[in-house]
Ligand binder design. Structure first.
Ligand SMILES: Nc1ncnc2c1ncn2[C@@H]1O[C@H](COP(=O)(O)OP(=O)(O)OP(=O)(O)O)[C@@H](O)[C@H]1O
Length: 240
């Protein structure tokens, strides 16, 4: 069963239309990459699926259930975790408590020991208030929170922003591992290199429309990056 299907999805902030009929399918066990310039509507797309923010039209189906009009809580209960761009969590709570809060929202959370196997960097920080961590470390805590929820659909908005290249690669490994467990990952990223590396399907959004979709190999051979993103393939290393 498809993890996510959005059909003719339109989103409006007041009278301003930001999404103009997006069709998007995410299959279990795959990484769906969403690329696009600033302001293209990528964050709005994730928020629309989650029932956050804009008014939407069109259909959203999550794991076979019609999801448009449901509250964000109800959407999360279908098995969806959303990691927003600003993933600060609860700054005064410890890292351990931040993970526990996320874990408490689901029936069978992933045990902390399993999370630490994938993200060993956070172990020494477990008892520190999350707000005292660096931006990059806070991103890792955000990913740990998502892992704890053992979701079937994971929506992530620029999870590698501010991370050192070594951690970026590690996030890539973690996401591929999650996908191999059957999770559908939909990820908005500025790090094109990472998306070409771990993505199964790449979508390019421009002005609220999906202008192009294909495999990472097609992205490179069809020269879509220079056309839509203004970057040459040589500029797409993970460190970019
Ligand atoms: N709360 C809001 N109210 C009104 N307009 C908004 C709101 N949020 C976003 N927009 C507008 O919607 C458009 C799409 O924004 P969105 O954040 O979805 O783009 P994006 O592709 O995620 O960009 P970025 O890479 O900069 O995060 C932009 O023109 C933005 O100004």
């Amino acid at each position: 069963m498809e993890a996510l299907r959005a059909t003719n999805l339109k989103a409006y902030y007041g009278k301003a239309q930001v999404l103009h009929g997006i069709d998007l399918v995410a299959q279990p066990g795959t990484v769906t990459a969403i690329l696009g310039r600033n302001g293209a509507g990528k964050t709005t797309l994730l928020q629309s699926v989650m029932g956050l923010g804009p008014r939407i039209e069109g259909e959203v189906t999550i794991l076979g259930e019609p999801a448009r009009g449901l509250t964000t809580d109800a959407i999360a209960r279908l098995g969806v975790a959303y990691m927003p761009q600003d993933v600060r969590g609860f700054p005064k709570l410890s890292v351990r408590e931040n993970i526990q809060v996320a874990a408490s929202t689901v029936r069978s959370p992933r045990p902390l020991s399993e999370i630490l196997e994938v993200l060993p960097e956070i172990e020494p920080k477990l008892d520190s208030p999350a707000g005292t961590l660096s931006g990059g470390q806070q991103q890792l805590v955000g990913i740990a929170r998502s892992l704890s929820m053992r979701c079937q659909l994971l929506l992530m908005d620029e999870p590698t922003e501010g991370l050192m290249p070594r951690l970026v690669s590690q996030i890539g490994v973690v996401l591929r591992q999650l996908a191999s467990e059957g999770v559908a990952i939909v990820i908005v990223e500025q790090n094109i290199g990472l998306m070409l590396d771990i993505g199964d399907v790449v979508h390019i959004v421009e002005k609220g429309v999906i202008k192009w979709r294909g495999t990472p190999q097609d992205v490179v051979s069809a020269h879509v990056l220079d056309h839509y993103m203004g970057v040459s393939p040589a500029e797409t290393s993970q460190e970019a």
